[in-house]
Write a new protein. Structure first.
Length: 173
């Protein structure tokens, strides 16, 4: 794995198309955004579409963002987690401003349930702070393993819930 700051003499010494040798410092640095290669272009398209769908579905999309950023842009797990957090944050800001004036379709209330926000926000902040500390303390291989295991468990749970909901809805028809 290439890490920014490794010493080099040529771009080949950096060992990845996403890292270039800085001629002044002779250290590997992540390449700038432009010019984009095709992998990055398609990654941007896929990331935008998938995070958009995740946001509409009510989830942040971090489980999609971390591996996609690592694969399409060559960032380390730690860097991908940080980029994922920023992506989720900005998605939430956009979603908030999109929903702020909307009314609930079935009751006389705002679209945003501020009661749930007040109850959940403290634990979300605790979880976020804990995640930042874990990200700093654990080696990348453990982080990747934990994220993979978590996504596997959540995928199995979501699939089970989808099957139950499908069966319930088909019985109503």
């Amino acid at each position: 794995m290439v890490v920014s700051g490794n010493s080099c003499r040529t771009n080949a010494d950096c060992g990845s198309k996403f890292y270039l040798c800085d001629e002044l410092t002779l250290e590997c640095q992540h390449k700038p955004v432009f010019p984009m290669n095709m992998e990055e272009f398609w990654g941007l398209f896929a990331l935008s579409a998938l995070v958009g769908m995740a946001n509409v579905g009510g989830i942040g999309g971090g489980g999609i963002t971390v591996p996609l950023v690592a694969i399409c842009w060559g960032f380390s797990t730690r860097e991908a987690i940080a980029i994922s957090g920023a992506t989720i944050f900005w998605g939430a800001i956009v979603r908030f401003f999109w929903s702020i004036n909307q009314k609930h379709p079935q009751k006389k209330a705002t679209h945003i349930d501020y009661g749930i926000v007040i109850v959940m926000l403290p634990m979300v902040l605790v979880g976020s702070a804990t995640g930042v500390l874990v990200n700093l303390w654990l080696p990348p291989i453990i982080l990747s393993s934990m994220l993979t295991l978590l996504l596997l468990v959540l995928t199995i749970q979501s699939t089970g819930n989808a099957i139950k909901l499908y069966r319930k809805e088909t019985l109503l028809l």
